[in-house]
Every structure is written in structure tokens, then in C-alpha cells.
Design a protein around this ligand. Structure first.
Ligand code: ATP
Ligand code: MG
Length: 221
């Protein structure tokens, strides 16, 4: 059974791409066939995995327009068991191009149907918004991981994100679970990190992963 996990937060710079790429690499190293789907026109996940966005012949944009492109748009990476369905700035146009399609929120779900046989895990990196690209990612997912930076205002926007996911689950009858909230860039030496972390755990006692991602310059480098 294949699992599709989206990394979602409408706030920017909270560690979505870092989480997506590292989780996917970890799964691939554990010999799970894994696909990273880059749903962000910024293409940070694509670049992290060694591809040059401007030079790509096919991307996730082509796949959203025409599912037949899936095979052509899946690239292997230097990590064994890890493949990527990359993005580039073409993806900016997707929202406008799909505006007349009543089932536009299901384009990615439909396109990935064929990939589910080949991969045990599909990890989707989302842009920092709740627009059509993130909605497509959510509707294609079996679970959602929400990274939260241990900073002020980290909970801002979270309730909107959770509400959106609840609506998709209930009104569209989709089987999507919130796998958990992931605390990122945690600096145990600062009072702020500790306060924010305990605050988030207080608000969402059952939803925060026990594992916390420390702030580490080497990650940024
Ligand atoms: P965006 O919303 O723009 O897509 P994002 O949520 O994907 O951003 P990242 O790109 O993963 O966030 O991380 C933001 C910045 O923080 C990057 O420069 C990244 O290298 C850095 N970063 C992420 N995680 C850590 C960490 N644990 N320690 C130190 N730096 C980190
Ligand atoms: Mg990102």
C-alpha cells in the first residue's frame, strides 16, 4: 500500500522543503521506493535534489495539464530509490489554466494514480499558500505533516489550514489524516524556542510529534 504525504503550511520559510526532502531521503535510504513531488514554483525541492529547473523538459505542470506526461516527468536522483517529479516557474500558470475545470482540485490525485503502484511513499512539497496547488496536494494525500517553526506567530494561519483539511475530508469524503505537527528549527538554548514549543503542545496535545528538529546551520548550508 502506497502512502502519499503532503508537507503543508501556508506560512513561508517554516521548513516544508527541508522536511519533504529529508524525509524522502530517509525513506529512500531505508529502501522504500520514494517519489518527491514538487508543487512549489520556487522549485526548491527540485534544486535540492540536483535538478536545474530551467532545463527540464517535463515537469509537474505538464502532468497537471495532461496525466499522460507522468512517466516523462519522473526523474531519477543520485539517491538510490529516490525519484522526483520536479517543478519550475511554469507552475505559476497552473491556477489560471485550470480555472474552468470543475474538478481542478483533483488533477494531481488523478495524475498520481499510476505512480502509486511504483512507489511506496509519495512526498509532496507545497508552496507557502492555500491556493490551488496546495489544495491539489491535500486532495492527493493520505496524510499531512505540518511543520511549525519555533518562533512567534507560528500558530498564525494554522487554524485556517486545519479547517481547510477538515472541509476536504468531510465534504469531499476524502480519507486524509493529519499525521502530526512537526516542530522545526528548535533551539534548545533559547527561551523563545522552549516557550513556543510548550505552547504548541498545550494547544494540540495529541498532534505534535515527539521528535523535534533542531536548528542546525549545517542544514541551511
Ligand atoms: P517556503 O515557504 O519558502 O517554501 P519552506 O517552508 O519550504 O519555505 P525551507 O526552505 O525548508 O522552508 O527552510 C527555510 C530556510 O530555513 C532555508 O534556508 C533552510 O535551509 C533553513 N532551515 C530549514 N530547517 C532548518 C534547520 N533545522 N536548521 C537550520 N536551518 C534550517
Ligand atoms: Mg519550500
Amino acid at each position: 500500500m502506497s502512502r502519499t504525504i503532503s508537507i503543508v503550511n501556508q506560512k513561508g520559510g517554516v521548513g516544508k522543503t527541508t522536511t519533504a526532502v529529508n524525509l524522502a531521503c530517509g525513506l529512500a535510504l531505508a529502501e522504500q521506493r520514494t517519489l518527491v513531488v514538487d508543487m512549489d514554483p520556487q522549485a526548491n525541492a527540485t534544486m535540492s535534489l540536483g535538478l536545474a529547473p530551467a532545463e527540464l523538459e517535463s515537469t509537474v505542470f505538464d502532468v497537471l495539464m495532461e496525466p499522460e506526461f507522468l512517466e516523462k516527468a519522473i526523474y531519477s536522483t543520485s539517491v538510490p530509490n529516490l525519484a522526483v517529479l520536479p517543478a519550475n516557474t511554469d507552475l505559476v500558470a497552473a491556477e489560471v489554466k485550470l480555472i474552468k475545470d470543475e474538478r481542478r482540485m483533483f488533477r494531481l490525485r488523478k495524475a498520481l494514480a499510476r505512480a502509486r503502484e511504483r512507489f511506496s511513499f509519495i512526498i509532496i512539497d507545497c508552496p507557502p499558500s492555500l491556493g490551488m496547488l496546495t489544495v491539489n496536494a491535500i486532495c492527493a494525500s493520505s496524510s499531512i505533516i505540518i511543520p511549525l517553526q519555533c518562533e512567534y506567530y507560528s500558530l498564525e494561519g494554522l487554524s485556517r489550514t486545519l479547517e481547510a483539511i477538515r472541509i476536504f475530508r468531510e465534504t469531499l469524503g476524502l480519507d486524509i489524516e493529519i499525521a502530526g505537527l512537526l516542530l522545526t528549527m528548535f533551539d534548545s538554548r533559547t527561551k523563545l524556542s522552549n516557550e513556543v514549543a510548550s505552547d504548541i503542545r498545550k494547544h494540540f496535545p495529541d498532534k505534535v510529534f515527539a521528535t523535534v528538529i533542531p536548528r542546525n546551520v549545517r542544514v541551511a548550508e
